[in-house]
Design a protein around this ligand. Structure first.
Ligand code: ZN
Ligand code: ZN
Length: 156
């Protein structure tokens, strides 16, 4: 008699645990779908060498300072690179930066990269945000449907 109740209680615990686990999985899926998971931790990939080489250069100072090293630009003779977004940096400073990530440290303007997968994702993002949401909703529905079938199936 006692063993029946013990077993039954155990089953319920297990069910609850499974439910929790599927909720966590669902939450992860939603975060990934919204792009939040990667947004927090990841920087864009490095800029392509061609894009770095194609950047505009100037040598005369026009005031201002380099946002990377925070030093003021000298009046002349400094090797300054201007990004397409019109932010200026010491060439050495910005090239080090762009070999790590393709985005402007000030405004996050992105230079082209050599990362095919990243470029595709970027294009896809621009192409249709709504399509991604639809896919997300469908896969959520599928998960919930599966979950419903699982919880209504007879135990044993
Ligand atoms: Zn600098
Ligand atoms: Zn910028």
């Amino acid at each position: 008699m006692a063993s029946y109740f013990d077993e039954h209680a155990q089953d319920e615990d297990e069910e609850r645990w499974e439910e929790e686990e599927s909720l966590i999985r669902l939450a992860r899926l939603i975060l990934r779908g919204l792009g939040l998971e990667s947004a927090a931790a990841q920087l864009p990939p490095p800029a392509s060498q061609a894009a770095i080489l194609a950047l505009r250069k100037r040598s005369e100072g026009k005031g201002g300072s380099c946002p990377v090293c925070l030093a003021a630009f000298a009046d002349d003779g400094e090797d300054i690179t201007v990004l397409p977004c019109n932010h200026s940096y010491h060439t050495a400073c910005i090239s080090t930066w762009l070999h790590k990530t393709c985005s402007c440290p000030v405004c996050r303007f992105e230079l082209p990269t050599d990362d095919v997968e990243y470029e595709e994702t970027k294009k896809e993002k621009m192409r249709s945000c709504s399509r991604r949401r639809l896919v997300l909703a469908q896969s959520l529905g599928q998960r919930l449907g599966i979950q419903k079938v699982l919880s209504s199936s007879p135990v044993g």
